[in-house]
Design a protein around this ligand. Sequence first.
Ligand code: ATP
Ligand code: MG
Length: 239
Amino acid sequence: MTSNDSIDTADLLAQYQRLLERVETNEKEFRRLARSVSRVEEDERRRLARDLHDGLGQTLTALKHRLVQLGDGLPGESRERLDAAIALCGEALEDTRTLSRLLRPPILDDLGLEAALRALARSLGESSGMTIDVDIGELPPLDGDVQTLLFRVAQEALNNAAKHAHASEVLVRLVSRGGFLQLQVADDGVGCDPDRMVASGGSGLGGMRERLRLYGGQMEMHSSAGEGTRLRALVPTGA
Ligand SMILES: Nc1ncnc2c1ncn2[C@@H]1O[C@H](COP(=O)(O)OP(=O)(O)OP(=O)(O)O)[C@@H](O)[C@H]1O
Ligand SMILES: [Mg+2]
């Protein structure tokens, strides 16, 4: 080997090192930008949720009160028609509240992740008929973005259990272990081939996996036909 060869090799190694550093810097920058985008998205959802609740929600409440007042002293058939209108108004009000909560539950901002997960389990349990247990261990203080991230993952997994699994029982478990936050959502439903889950083109699981990666996290799915589904998401505690 000549000295030129060794210089070339050292030179190549140095170039390779510099390239690697550039790739790492660019990836960090990309993650930072993508995290800002999802923060902006959550801010927009929060604003829309508040507008829906305080704007349309208040108007519908006022309209319902007026309709109820109109009913005083109305005779038979007219009264029935008015009652039908009041019922419709009530449904529109309920839909508005549900949509507002789905967009961004205020409890997540007011009381944090644990309370939000319990409220989500309660309301989805009532609407779907599934029994949803929530088990939350001792957690370190969590950054707002990480709370939102874990809430969205649990929300997607629970919606999937209600929509696809025909599950009767679901367990949501959140613990902090070995430097990671571990979120598990396990259902006793019909299960599915995990490769098909990812390949099916649904934006839910794919979107969650991408969102977790932005925080240095990852997601695994374990499932097979008839054996239920278990989703496990890991996020580094310091993310
Ligand atoms: N808990 C589950 N039990 C059984 N099958 C599931 C479960 N979760 C997901 N799947 C399967 O994996 C597929 C992909 O799920 P994903 O959440 O990505 O999409 P989706 O729910 O179909 O649509 P979207 O979430 O965009 O509304 C589903 O269509 C379903 O076939
Ligand atoms: Mg889904």
